[in-house]
Ligand binder design. Sequence first.
Ligand code: NDP
Length: 448
Amino acid sequence: MAGSIDAIRNAILAGAPGEELAALDLPETVTAAFVRKDEQDMFEGLESSTKDPRKSLHVDEVDLPPLGPNECLVAVMASAINFNTVWTSTFEPLSTFLFLERYGQESDLGARHDLDYHIVGSDASGVVLRTGPGVTRWKVGDEVTVHCNYVDMEAPEGHNDSMIDPNQRIWGFESNFGGMSEIAMVKANQLMPKPTHMTWEEAACLGLVSSTSYRMLVGSHGANMKQGDVVLIWGATGGLGGFACQYVLNGGGVPIGVVSSKEKAEILNATGVEHVIDRKADAYEFWSEGKQNAKEQRRFGKRVRELAGEDPDIVFEHPGRSTFGTSVFVTKKGGTIVTCASTSGYMHEYDNRYLWMHLKKIIGSHFANYKEAWEANRLAYLGKIHPILSETYPLTEVGEAAYQVHQNLHRGKIGIRVLAPEDGLGVANPELRARHIDSMRVFRKFSD
Ligand code: NDP
């Protein structure tokens, strides 16, 4: 018999134990946010900035997918917008249906993902509802956050670092059944314990960007930051940058945050970042007439030196084409540029003399393996890292939320309430929350 999602939601809100949740029938369909294959060409010929996620993201009923081995169904209390939902909903740089088709050709289980709709979302917090064959570490009723490294680990290549696995995917971007759904399907090795002092919407912001920033700065595959390192962080109040600043402060480094407004500069100062560059106010023009402007790069480098007293040991890169040449230029001799993205364009140009003569390194980084995501989540659990959550929207307004991020109108993270009826729910340990609030600048500024 088909169950009701409201019964599941009410049971979770009432704190029902796992046995009670396991006894509830699942619904045959759930509400989810998705893009449609028959609309993948809808923005063809338009400027990137005019491609509007509000037109391409739909919220409607979809079938609940069949559960396979080592998979779990999670009742999603909250999710969060990541830039990859912007890419999916603007069909840039390519349609994500190509990923689903490729996955569909790989195996019978992969074929479940090759549908004419793609459920988006690479973050979630919620409660385990069902476990598939082979799942031993998680049980119905566990409160979890979900990270988005979607990998089986069958291939030998991934066993030192699962991000190298040839079949590694990003959940909700290169797979279907993402987090913007009342019930999401995940692999068991995506699950992590939800920090007990956080609300559902806070915990939903941890998976993707916190883990990515952790690998880029702290993990041994990234820039391996050490105490005292000066770290230049682009987009320092954005999704990645907000966490990057906290990792630098926690690790005894010196962050220099770059932002584009006075309000964002104030947020940074309030969260403990002393050195801030407002790139709009200072009006840097790193490119003029299709060429990089060395004079402007020097002006920027001079400002960085004025603030920190030295050049950055590490530059935290993701804007890409607009800033990459400047990042290579300003990095300290022997320093590291660590990059995970190219928001403004992926064909980078830089003056290679500054790289080889000054013995700098460029490190490519992409999400995080399970261990790195786990360590990042543990730091959140310990109250050392906290999301900069500026707004939340209900699932029905996911298009507007993605639009805000696409247009760079947001600060930090935007959360999405899925089954959570309101903000502020899900705090299992209020005493711990009170203790962390007391000790954390980010909490004080944003949470209460
Ligand atoms: P956000 O939009 O939340 O933040 C990015 C910030 O970068 C913006 O707020 C803006 O800050 C700054 N920025 C944007 N364009 C420029 C530019 N041309 N020059 C200088 N600064 C710029 O996005 P996220 O931090 O979540 O993600 C950033 C990028 O990283 C995206 O492309 C995303 O897809 C990618 N990504 C990749 C991951 C991976 O695993 N490979 C994981 C996570 C994200 P301001 O205007 O204040 O300067």
